[in-house]
Design a protein around this ligand. Structure first.
Ligand SMILES: [Zn+2]
Length: 184
């Protein structure tokens, strides 16, 4: 198959896929097959592979959120108050349900990351990088042995940013300039 971007050829790949999620940082997805352009490095995924990548990203996000102290979260009534909407509206809000406010299960309840609620109120999108530049640098240094994957955010699909281990650097576009992401 020819690449639409550059006319190169897509080659089937089986090796673990190294990706950098905008919000949770570097992660590896193993056991999937995908196509990679031999010239520009563009990727193509089957629906099954895309689903697996989505699951891996969701799992990474949940893991990071579950590792936060409970004090960083607010329960639904407080989140609704902060947003100036009813609790029912909070539960029904489509963007919030889709994860535009970071949330985690706590027992049978859903709790909302306070910082994310504030950002959602201010900008309509409460998502922000939950990983730090320091971790990013560490990753780059420990992962140099991994075969490089070209870093081409413009060609990313499914909103994933691909990063070569050697090219993982602080990225102004998504870097959280507000310092460490977690509420103290
Ligand atoms: Zn190409």
């Amino acid at each position: 198959m020819r690449c639409n971007e550059c006319g190169g050829t897509y080659v089937p790949m089986r090796k673990p896929l190294q990706i950098t999620d905008r919000y949770t940082g570097p992660l590896t997805v193993e056991g999937i097959e995908y196509l990679k352009c031999d010239r520009c490095g563009d990727y193509l995924f089957s629906p099954e592979a895309a689903k697996r990548i989505g699951e891996a990203r969701a799992h990474a996000l949940d893991t990071i959120l579950q590792s936060q102290p409970l004090s960083a979260f607010v329960p639904a009534p407080i989140a609704a108050d902060m947003l100036g909407i009813s609790r029912q509206a909070l539960h029904k809000h489509r963007r919030i349900r889709r994860g535009f406010i970071f949330q985690a299960g706590f027992g049978d309840k859903t709790v909302y990351l306070r910082e994310s609620v504030l950002r959602f109120k201010a900008a309509g999108d409460g998502r922000f990088p939950l990983w730090s530049a320091e971790e990013q640098v560490e990753y780059a240094e420990t992962q140099r042995v991994v075969p490089a994957v070209p870093y081409e955010p413009e060609q990313s699909r499914f909103e994933i940013e691909w990063a070569a281990a050697a090219h993982v650097t602080v990225e102004p576009k998504t870097h959280n300039t507000g310092g460490h992401a977690y509420a103290s």
